[in-house]
Ligand binder design. Structure first.
Ligand code: KMH
Ligand code: ZN
Length: 275
């Protein structure tokens, strides 16, 4: 029997625009509304970015606070905040959500462990910056999700563990299919899984048309999956998802067809060993 599958909804992102899809949630209320529907459709976690009122990507602590409060008022879904933000942001800017404490503290935060080409841009994560963010996540007392755009980022997490900045076994997200980075190939997923330290948990986030097929590959391999408008706006060829919830519902259907049950947030907290 495999573990229940943890579905994460990457709801907002930094790159998707309202011009591309009118269904992108932007305000705290819109994000909370969609998060409730994602939870009902089978998601246990949201991966959260925020936007200013005019839709620009932001890592502002106040905007995160408003979104986190709006979500927590309405649902028990796990909240993982981004520390990646948008390309070009400074490390302090990226770490805005890590300044939230007490009832506003996120449950998890992302930690990308290497630099990678990101479309026409560079997602800049030199080793000192990675250590800076790892320290801030640790100081807040929350668990990182190690974002791996390539297999070397798994190896770098091992280096961080040796330095006492990350605990093993950790939780990883394989981000596949970003133009300029590792593509969304089944053999790439296999290699990532094989490269993990014993006892790790993992999620796969595949971009664009690869998103939903990779939910099935993850389901078959006992892993977890991330879907959502950050990475893909279509629920089928040429058909826009009407919200993140519709991508979660489709992922849930595909996971169940592969024999997986879906984790509740409470089960996901145990599976991912959140405190
Ligand atoms: N927006 C990307 C540049 C994360 O959330 O930690 C980075 C990103 C990763 O989305
Ligand atoms: Zn993100």
């Amino acid at each position: 029997m495999s573990m229940p599958m943890v579905i994460t909804a990457a709801m907002v992102g930094a790159e998707t625009t309202r011009e591309q899809t009118p269904h992108l949630p932007i305000t705290a209320e819109e994000i909370a509304e969609d998060a409730v529907k994602c939870r009902e459709a089978g998601a246990a976690m949201v991966h959260l970015h925020v936007r200013t009122a005019d839709g620009k990507p932001s890592q502002d602590a106040g905007l995160f606070r408003a979104a986190i409060r709006a979500i927590r008022k309405r649902t028990d879904i796990i909240i993982q905040t981004s520390t990646g933000g948008a390309v070009g942001m400074s490390v302090d800017e990226r770490c805005g959500p890590l300044t939230l404490t007490g009832a506003d503290r996120p449950d998890m935060a992302t930690l990308t462990t290497g630099t990678v080409n990101f479309g026409q841009d560079v997602f800049w994560n030199p080793r000192p910056l990675v250590r800076d963010i790892a320290r801030r996540i640790r100081a807040l007392g929350i668990k990182p999700e190690i974002e791996c755009f390539d297999v070397g980022m798994i190896d770098e997490a091992n280096a961080l563990a040796k330095e006492g900045l990350v605990d093993l076994p950790a939780h990883y997200d394989f981000v596949l299919g970003v133009p300029g980075a590792l593509s969304a190939r089944e053999d790439a997923l296999e290699f990532m899984i094989k490269s993990l330290p014993q006892g790790s948990t993992w999620t796969v986030a595949a971009m664009g048309r690869h998103q939903l097929p990779f939910v099935e590959l993850a389901a078959e391999r006992g892993g977890n999956a991330r879907v959502g408008l950050e990475d893909n706006i279509y629920v089928s060829k040429g058909v826009l998802a009407k919200g993140n919830w519709e991508l979660v519902a489709e992922a849930a259907k595909r996971a169940k067809a592969k024999g997986r049950t879906l984790a509740t947030p409470e089960e996901a907290r145990k599976i991912l060993r959140l405190t």
